[in-house]
Structure formats: C-alpha cells, structure tokens
Ligand binder design. Structure first.
Ligand SMILES: [Zn+2]
Ligand SMILES: [Zn+2]
Length: 592
C-alpha cells in the first residue's frame, strides 16, 4: 500500500470517529497523521515506516498502530470495526457534498434518521430545519447536496430510485391526457442500483404535445432534451427522468423498449430481423410492411417464437436462447417463502424482542423464524457470551411451548450468526455449536485479506459440519463498500458439494450474494437462503427485495432453502452434522 492510500484510510477513520462522537483529540490525531502520511505521496508505506515515518513525533501512537496494521495486512482492523458499527445509511449520507460527520450525528440522534431517503423527506417536511443549529438554510443546503450527488450521475439504491420514480409518476398522472403509465427501465428490471428513471405513458391526442407539457412540471430544473415524444428532464433534486409518450396502441412495445436492457432489446430486434420482421421505434411490421398488433409484452415474445421473459430476466444473459427452447420454470415469488432464517433481537444489535420479531414474521405469513444473533467474537455488535445464549434458548423454548398451547402453527428456531474468524474457524466450539438448530457463518472482520487468503478462510469454514448457511458471502455494501476479494464461484461450488446454503442477504444495502451469483448457485446445486437480516420488525420488508434479486437470478422455489418447512430445514442442518459423525464408521464397514 502506498502512503496516499494509507492517508485516505486515516481520513476515513477520523471521519468515522467523529461520527461516533469520539473525543476531539483522537479525531485530530488521525487527521494530523493523515496529512503527514499524505505528504509521502506514492512511496510504499512499509518503506516510509522503516525510514522515518514511524519516528515522526507528530504522529500519535494510535495512528502509528493503524499504519503498522495497514503496512502488514493491507487493511485496518480499526477502520473495519468502525464501518461495521456504522449503519449503512449513515455511510451513504457521508457521500452528500457538504454534509459532515458532526451534522450527520445530530440528524441521527435528533431524528433517528439513518438513510438518505429519510434524510431527504425530513429536509422537505421541515423536521430537519427544526433541529438545534440547523434552520431552513441548512436544510436547503442539504437538499442541494443530495441533488448534486444525483446530478453527478451517481447511482442510488433501487428502493430510493423507486421512491423518486413514484413521486414523478404521480405528478405525471395528474395530467388528464395520460391514460396509462408504467415505470420502466432499470427500476422495472429490479437492478440493485439505479441511476435514472424511465416512465412510459399512453396519452390521448398528440404524444409530442403531451410530452412537451411535462417541461412545466413542478420540480423540473432543466430540460435536457426533447422535441419529440420523449422528454428528458433533470429535476431539482438531481434525478434524470425520461418520459416516453405514445399512443395507446404503441404502449406495449414502448414499455418493452424503455424497460431494456438495451442488450436484450438488441437481441430481440435481431431475432425479429431474422424472421423477416422489423422491430423499430414502437412498432413491429411484417415483411409486407403491415403493422403487427402487439397488445401486450407477452404477445411480442410469442410473435417472435419465444416464451415470455419477465422484466427481471431481461439482461442478455442467456434468457433469449432459453426462451427459444421453451417456457421457463416458474420463478420464485414471496408467497413461496414459508420461513426466514436470519434476524437479530435485542440480545445482540437488534431493536426488538424475539416475540415481537416472531409476530412480525407471522404477520407476513411465515411459519417459522430463525433467530440468529451475533456470536461472542463480534463484541462491537453485542455478540453473545455462552450464558446469554442459554438464556435465549430458554426463552425460545418457552415461546414455542406457548405457541403449541395456543394452537398457533409457528415456531422459532435457535440459530446464531457466528463469525468466521480470520483463521477460518467458526466462532464457539463444536460442542456448543451443537446446541443450535442451525448456524449462519459470516465474515465480519479483516476484509483486507487477499483473494487467496479470504477464499481459503471461507472454504475452511465450509468444512465445519455445523455450518448451515454462509451469510452475506461477499461482504459488499452497495455504493459504500466493495465486496472483499473472494473466489465466489469456488465457494459456491464447495457449498453445493458439502450441503451448505448460500445466503441471499436481502438487506437493501447488501443484496449479497448478487443475483448474478444466484445463477451459479443454481447451476452448481447450492441452495440459497433468502435472509431478511432484520434488526427490527420492519426489517422483514427486505424479503421483497430479496425475492426480486432471486428472480433476477432465475431462482425457483426448489432452489431456495426457506421455501421448505421448518422440519426440512432442521433435517438439512442435521444431515451435515450426522454425515460427518457417521462417515468414519460407514467407511470402516465398507473397507471391512
Ligand atoms: Zn452479518
Ligand atoms: Zn445479521
């Protein structure tokens, strides 16, 4: 690592320390160290340390420790810990120009806001201005900062993009000439991050006249392009919107085209050409130039000799070839889920009791909930010592007995989100792990390992017969933290071979494994567990996003662990443990 990168890490640490309200002295110590280290430019950090950097007396011992860590491991345990301790939404807010850590802390403490979307709402509805030392001017500046962030073409999480899109869609629908409207583009394809909004409208009268009228819409900052049936706008909050206006009979094709992806559209256009058809603009014509009526999207696919491809699958990743062979197996929907296997309670860093979490799961129609609080090594997230686990298990037993007594068909399973330690060991010893119904193993530390080290670490954990599910397998936080270096295909391959499920963590900031990797899991026969990673009753809403990603990855109910009953999940977990225990005697018989 060079000194400039090390300085950047120190700056991040200073920012996060400030966000966490650490004392001024510690913050300043990191900032000072960052400045000194930055002055060494692209010199290798290890060399600079050996030469004179370690002896600079302006660098505080705590910063020296970070530098040693960076020089030897390419990562910083302190930085990782701080990032883990910080809600993802706050890391996101740090990207807003002009919004610093102390302000974010006031916002978080005063209004309990921890996402960009909520921040924007609070800035609009006046709550932000009422915070001490804020005022209307500051709120306005923050709104502008969020707008600037978007205007630079920045991506936002899918759910933020959809919220924007719905706001605009409502404004457009208010026009009486708009007969029908759909949100298209990457939002409709359920991409995990999105950059702009596409809206398709069927209109009464002239499409270009109606399109032009939207330039006057409230909240429009500038018109980027137009004149025809499509108007490109930049809204005051920075969002770019393309509004496509068409006649009602063109709606289906316009929606299909605006949904994309452009590569998928190209493939279908070529297929049409191969059949002597012309697919251009919002029309399909046969070889005589006669218009072919396309009342809806399925009609287009049928006319091209293809099974219908849902928007989530339109990524030019083999779906057209597959659709030519025949219909797809029915993709998973949320109704297929019967349980959830990843949530936290007040025992670790969750906000609700086990009973409240169970009620929220029941309200969503689930029949079991696997509680998986953090394990002992995860001290910063309130990881549980053994006695706390025993108490939790007593509570779960009592709760389950209550359900039985009341005739409620619901069950709480005893799980744990155990840290996969840097050496690849799963937290707790084998005898203690036996107490759990299922075990999620997750990496929560030392993200800086290289690909070989990290892959070996996780492969080793997969050898532990107690492991049931590999949690958020790449550690990514969308838009804020890259996945750690890991050979995910090798991990999935082994998970499939040994019978460990890969998690699709449905937290909107994670969506990990990525939908592209779901395809690999399906091919290699690894089950996927769609986990809400809920830290509060609202957290079960994540499941909707998890399902969208699973569909994008072509998953069917049979590919997903938590479409199975609680008994089947328990059997899945037990199969590995028993398998490992009986392998030796079984082999002896064979050899004998
Ligand atoms: Zn985790
Ligand atoms: Zn978790």
């Amino acid at each position: 690592m060079d000194c400039r990168s090390a300085a950047f890490a120190l700056t991040q640490i200073a920012t996060l320390l400030e966000l966490h309200d650490e004392d001024r002295f510690s913050v300043r110590a990191m900032q000072t160290a960052a400045r000194v280290v930055a002055s060494h430019g692209e010199t290798d950090l290890g060399q600079a340390m050996a030469r004179d950097l370690a002896a600079e007396d302006v660098i505080a011992p705590a910063a020296i420790e970070v530098l040693r860590d960076l020089a030897t491991s390419n990562g910083s345990a302190l930085l990782e810990r701080l990032q883990e301790e910080t809600p993802e939404g706050l890391l996101e807010m740090l990207r807003v120009p002009g919004l610093g850590p102390s302000r974010i802390r006031s916002i978080h403490d005063g209004l309990h806001i921890d996402s960009l979307l909520d921040l924007e709402l609070a800035a609009r509805d006046g709550r932000l201005a009422e915070l001490p030392k804020f005022g209307a001017k500051t709120a306005e500046k923050i709104l502008k900062g969020i707008a600037d962030l978007r205007a630079t073409g920045a991506y936002v999480l899918w759910q933020h993009g959809r919220a924007e899109a719905e706001r605009i869609a409502d404004a457009i629908r208010a026009n009486p000439d708009v007969l029908r409207l759909e949100i298209a583009g990457s939002i409709r394809r359920r991409m995990e991050i999105v950059r702009d909004v596409d809206v398709v409208c069927a209109v009464r009268g002239s499409p270009s006249v109606v399109a032009a009228s939207f330039a006057q819409l409230r909240g429009v900052k500038e018109v980027l392009g137009g004149g025809g049936r499509t108007l490109s706008l930049r809204l005051e909050d920075g969002v770019r919107v393309d509004v496509h206006c068409v006649r009602p009979e063109q709606f289906a094709l316009a929606l299909w085209r605006a949904t994309g992806s452009s590569a998928h559209v190209k493939q279908l256009t070529e297929r049409a050409a191969g059949m002597g058809l012309v697919l251009a603009g919002d029309e399909l014509r046969d070889r005589d130039g006669a218009l072919v009526s396309i009342p809806d999207e399925p009609a287009l696919y049928a006319r091209l000799g293809l099974a219908y491809v849902v928007p989530e699958q339109r990524e030019a990743m083999g779906e057209v070839e597959a659709a030519a062979r025949g219909p797809f197996p029915t993709l998973i929907t949320e109704a297929d889920l019967v349980g959830a296997l990843h949530c936290h309670s007040q025992y670790s860093d969750g906000g609700a009791t086990i009973s409240d979490m169970a009620n929220a799961a029941r309200a969503r129609g689930l029949r079991y909930l696997g509680v998986s609080d953090h394990s002992q090594s995860n001290t910063y997230a309130g990881g549980l010592a053994r006695d706390a686990i025993l108490r939790q298990h007593d509570e779960i037993d009592a709760l389950n007995a209550q359900y039985v007594a009341q005739g409620i068909a619901f069950r709480v399973l005893k799980g744990i989100e155990a840290d996969i330690l840097p050496c690849g060991r799963v937290d707790y010893d084998a005898a203690f792990l036996d107490r759990f119904d299922f075990v999620i193993g997750s990496v929560h530390s030392r993200y800086g390992m290289n690909e070989r080290q990290m892959t070996d670490r996780v492969l080793k954990a997969l050898d532990d017969p107690h492991l049931t599910i590999l949690g958020h397998p790449t550690g990514r936080l969308l838009l804020t933290r890259e996945p750690y270096a890991i050979d995910i295909a090798a991990i999935i391959e082994k998970a499939g071979a040994v019978g460990v499920a890969m998690e699709l963590n449905a937290d909107p900031h994670r969506l990990d494994i990525d939908w592209r990797a779901c395809r690999i899991a399906q091919e290699r026969g690894a089950l996927v567990s769609i986990g809400p990673d809920a830290h509060s009753p609202q957290g079960f809403e994540h499941l909707e996003l998890g399902i969208a990603s699973a569909r994008k990855g072509w998953l069917t109910p049979a590919n997903v662990l938590n479409t199975r009953s609680a008994d089947e999940v328990l059997a899945f977990a037990r199969a590995r443990r028993d398998g490992a225990a009986t392998t030796a005697p079984h082999l002896r018989v064979m050899q004998g």
